[in-house]
Design a protein around this ligand. Sequence first.
Ligand code: ADP
Length: 171
Amino acid sequence: MGALIETVMGDITKVTDVEAIVNAANNSLLGGGGVDGAIHHAAGPELLKECAGLHGCKTGQAKLTGAYRLPCKYVIHTVGPIWHGGDSGEPEDLRNAYHNSLQVASDHGIRRIAFPSISTGVYHYPLEKAARIAVKTVKEFCEANPGQFDVVRFVLFNERTLKAYEDVLSA
Ligand code: ADP
């Protein structure tokens, strides 16, 4: 059966029924604001310690750690692009962030994964454009790797973000 690609409004740190959540981190992997801050806060200081040993992460790449006090098993840290107008490789970088997160998950046999809306907070990627890339990349990965995922869930923090992803998924 194909993966269930779904959307829900909520706080990704509270998701209890996936093996991995994805963190929209920054290049240092040493914590920040937004979803990154919330994930580190909920996971506890051991997460920062493990991240410090990873020596950062390039934009578009993804790295896996434990989840410590979070209810899932792993955190996959990826770095989306900062929006500079769209002609600086932002679409490809955002695609890579989703694709490489799914690849790392699949390498670890993860079957249930949750994503936040990467780059659409302080990195200012336009929401509708980002939602299209997110959904397209997940669909293409699931089609190319049938049977790999049971659930890919977008956990979206507010109504506007939820609606943008729902609109793309139902188009
Ligand atoms: P970026 O730097 O990649 O833009 P942000 O954390 O600033 O990352 O924002 C990415 C998205 O994550 C935004 O839609 C923001 O509202 C959302 N967000 C913030 N906190 C949480 C959370 N606890 N769970 C899910 N999404 C969150």
